[in-house]
Design a protein around this ligand. Sequence first.
Ligand code: DC
Length: 681
Amino acid sequence: MYTTAFLDLPPLLQAGGTVRLPGSKSISNRVLLLAGLSQGTTIVHDLLASDDTRVMLEALRALGCDIQQSGDTVHIEGLGGRLKAMEADLFLGNAGTAMRPLTAALALLSATQGGVFTLSGVPRMHERPIGDLVDALRPLGCAIECTGNEGYPPLRLAGGTLNLRQPIQVRGDVSSQFLTALLLALPLVSQHQPLVIEVVGELISKPYIDITLNLLARFGIQVQREGWSRFTIPQGSAYRSPGVIHVEADASSASYFIAAGAIAGAEQPVRIEGVGGDSIQGDIRFLEAAQAMGAAVRSGPNWIEVSRGSWPLQAIDLDCNHIPDAAMTLAVMGLYTHGTTRLRNIASWRVKETDRIAAMACELRKLGATVVEGEDFIEVTPPEAGRWQHASIHTYDDHRMAMCFSLAAFNPLAPTAEPSRPVSVRIEDPRCVGKTFPDYFECLFKVAETRPDWIPVITVDGPTASGKGTLASALATRLGYQFLDSGSLYRITALLAIENEVDLDDTQALEQLARQLGDSVRLRFDGEHIWVDQRDVSLDLRQEEVGQAASRISAHPAVRQALMDLQLGFRGLPGLVADGRDMGTVVFPDAALKVFLTASVAQRAERRHKQLISKGFSATLEEICADLEARDLRDRTRAVAPLMPAADAHKLDNSALSIDESVNTVLGWWVEGWPHVIVRH
Ligand code: DC
């Protein structure tokens, strides 16, 4: 998951290949609650690991369920309808799918068995309405107090006396989650009479009710439905664990990859695994909308393949009430048309993680689009020809804002774009995708492709022990970029040469060793560890003898050439930080930012000394100083790619700077320079 402050997406040109999607949030949290209320153990496979499921799991634990988790499988020992904890303060983040059903279940349990429960969340959760659910539960005799504003969490549930003779009325026109909450919870109190729920007003988001009914049936509860206005829970309904249950991949999450296929799957399709065209999730009908816009779709029981069909995409005018979440993706697909896309009947967007109509309008305008917003609709017209703008997309702590706007990175393909002037898309606070799809960007980068020279590179060059490695790897972490420690490639070649007793002047043999690194030797970089053919060589590479040998062999032009392609191969999405001696001068001369790091010999010797001692090697400061000076001299004076700053490098003497200060200085340059010039002619 990207936990950086922002994520810069370079312009993308193609999509293709396979992604396996995480489990559906809606299914995961319903299944968790049902398993928690059931008698017996439920084994849940393919559970979504996300913020919203984590808070639900924590809540169930706090209520006394025994939960064992390993990977995406969870064993849940249910409560069997009996409260174990009589008091709990539940913090539910921004998870509506936890807040609403837990409110209903705990209000009923507290009214019948006693117990006091408080339910709260992040500030946005306290702005999301729950009044319609409270209004449905209070007439039944549940004692519910809104401790902040009336009609909104936080809530305090404390006892009451149930009276279940009247039909239970709930409004269905603000959020279908209130009805879902009642359907999931009322079987708890169905021992003595059937329970009738009447929906007041037009029910929105009906497909989510279908998911609820489908899952209730899997847990032994057959709700009778009359149209979409009357639901009856039979007398004596009891939750029975199905034993084992698999969670389908999230159909709303699939929408981003369906769109990527429709926009950029020109050469090969994007294949989505974990969900098929016959999914029980309503958002699967996004497929029809995508097809109406031009997507070519094939699907089977547990997979979907999407490629470009008609192009450019067609603007559409669609009632999106049946696909409220996935419809956000259609708004961004509208950027790839020649017309105006109108999405109607989406009032529920205004009460989601953020006011999504307002948020969508604001961010689309930043890209240059023309947007008209209404109380319950949005109209999107792409930027005029050549009027696309670089945009830093604010994401409002809303996972879907981050995910759907990532599709704007395909802008060079847009019919109104000027392909030679692609724009950068910055996604602010990318970690918000953790709500439903923590590895969203990793999956996107797996299927997306672009020109290597559009992928931004930051180079950090400098002499031995100047702190390049530390600076470069910290920058890579802060920006979510790939990282190349090019010195390690010279060191690995040197280590192999020493171990194979290759003469350090034997150019041909050294060149062959270096080539093997790219061809047959398997290299793996894993944090601080470097693996060569299953062997962890990290410590061996740090030996002074290996460093000296690396410096010697790096003077052979043939060795440098042999390592060239391997180094260029590190230039991957979303960007690269590369450290070495010639990153800015020779390997990545088109880098967006070049840093040349220096520090006094005394400083560098002290750092190297500390490093060696901490790794258990012994050396004196004098020896190290002498070594450094010899190595600097050799690296600076060699005939090919000598150590020197690139003409356009920013020089940074870090003798008196802490690591954080150095990192922040360079990040400051990076932020100042955004959007970076990525297209050089
Ligand atoms: O950065 P380092 O100390 O791990 O590098 C070991 C040697 O490799 C260094 O003395 C010179 C050589 N090197 C190089 O010539 N070019 C690079 N880009 C990186 C390292």
